[in-house]
Design a protein around this ligand. Structure first.
Ligand code: EPZ
Length: 420
């Protein structure tokens, strides 16, 4: 097991440059897309995070061969030798569900464990399943598995009842090899969905409406290989922007795409921080002594991202006044609150709202991480808490952040990883 230990300092000033890694949430569907072709995919700007290693293990079990060198992956599913995504893999990473669409499209069969819930909510996949059924798949749910079969998927008109990133990605991939045209309505607009569409088009897919709510896909007989760059991780970038605002820092973020962070930047500017786009791949954040409170409501892209909610909550604990944070995407995404209370924060949760009172000085304590973004918020809080903070269960953190403690150390934080 490993822990992160931070020697916090309320007058910490983080300064320097940090290079943001590739997006975890863009690379996972891109790797799953390798199942759609017998040719090779070359993916660049890959984050070396735990979820990448997990999905590569799953892909190898399905018959793919992959090589990860520095931040590039070469992967090829010349033959699919198994159609089963086992429970132990799916349980460790619910994004494994993203192999359902590609397996059905290329192989006609898929047996994928139901992902179950996680610390941030129930995480159903009913929209993935109903979409596949509309494309002609017959699906049985038994013994905790989805058993899906489709000799040949047929194009259909599918409207998502609610915005789903994974559902949009799964149906997009399935539709590329379906017979005829598929229309997907109420699609998720996240940059990670756009990045996947761009990869699929490079592979030979015929997609219109990329980045829009209605996407048309005309099925083709087969897809080919491609070389593709994964977009920067906008949530890692947002996390470092908040770190700069929180610790009155002066941090330059390299390898970011400012266009993916418009709402987050807006909120940081409103809180009193300065955020400048130095060019189309660089952002500079300068924190201010006075942090203004504000109400935030998470919503699907381009709204305020749910994946930034926990991090922003920490900033609001240092704001001079009351902020109300409303979480509309997941039904239980406040598990970080109890841990922040241990650090001295003053937060009350009422249903989907967290009322954050600032400015509250934080004091270091031992805390436990429950999910990926909650872990990041505890690190942010530990940086400015007086005294030592120890964060247990950092494997959550490693799922989505590449060497975050090394990046923060280079910016002046007293932070280390300890094995025990
Ligand atoms: C993706 O999860 C991200 N994960 C999540 O990031 C992110 O929080 C989420 O999108 C929302 O932006 C990856 O891309 C790997 P959804 P996903 O389907 O696709 C409900 C992180 O920290 N829903 O957009 O699973 C669902 O319960 C992770 O990096 C259904 O009801 O999210 C939720 O309330 C956490 N039925 C809402 O829709 C379905 O079939 C949005 O979920 C599917 C989803």
């Amino acid at each position: 097991m490993e822990k992160i230990r931070i020697l916090g300092n309320p007058s910490l000033r983080l300064k320097g440059k940090v290079r943001i890694s590739g997006s975890k949430n863009a690379v996972l569907p891109a790797i799953a897309a390798a199942l759609l072709t017998e040719e090779r995919l070359q993916l660049q700007n890959i984050p070396r995070v735990k979820d990448v290693f997990t999905i590569l293990t799953l892909m190898e079990e399905l018959g793919a061969r992959s090589k990860l060198k520095n931040n590039s992956i070469s992967i090829r599913a010349k033959r699919i030798t198994s159609d089963e995504a086992s429970y132990e893999l799916v349980r460790s990473m619910r994004a494994s569900i993203l192999v359902l669409g590609p397996l059905l499209a290329r192989y006609g069969k898929a047996v994928v464990a139901l992902p179950g819930g996680c610390a941030i909510g129930s995480r159903p996949i009913d929209l993935h399943i109903s979409g596949m059924q509309k494309l002609g798949a017959s699906i049985a749910l038994e013994h905790g598995y989805i058993r899906a079969e489709a000799p040949r998927l047929r194009g259909a008109d599918v409207e998502f009842e609610k915005k789903t990133v994974g559902g949009t990605e799964n149906l997009l991939m399935a539709a590329t090899l379906a017979q005829g045209e598929t229309v997907l309505r109420n699609c998720a607009l996240e940059p990670e969905v756009v990045n996947l569409c761009e990869l699929l088009v490079k592979m030979g897919a015929r997609i219109d409406g990329i980045g829009e709510e209605v996407i048309r896909i005309r099925g083709v007989k087969e897809l080919g290989g491609a070389t593709h760059e994964i977009i920067p991780d906008r949530i890692e970038a947002g996390t470092f922007l908040v770190a700069g605002a929180l610790a009155q820092g002066d941090i330059t973020l390299e390898n970011v795409d400012p266009r993916h962070l418009v709402t987050v930047i807006e909120r940081l500017l409103f809180s009193g921080a300065r955020v400048d786009g130095l060019d189309d791949r660089t952002l500079r954040v300068v924190g201010s002594a006075e942090i203004k409170p504000q109400d935030i409501t998470t919503s699907p892209y381009p709204g305020f991202p749910t994946d930034m909610q926990a991090q922003f909550m920490v900033l609001m604990t240092q704001a001079s006044g009351v902020s109300i944070i409303t979480e509309t995407i997941f039904d239980r995404r406040f598990s970080h609150v109890n841990e922040l209370l241990r650090l001295g924060a003053s937060i009350e949760v009422h249903g989907d709202k967290a009322i954050v009172k600032g400015k509250t000085p934080l004091s270091g304590a031992e805390v436990i991480a429950t999910d990926l973004r909650a872990s990041a918020s505890l690190i942010l809080a530990g940086l400015i808490a007086r005294g030592e903070t120890v964060i247990n269960d950092v494997e959550h953190l490693d799922r989505g952040y590449e060497r975050i403690e090394e990046k923060l150390k280079l910016l002046g934080a007293s932070i280390e990883r300890i094995k025990y």
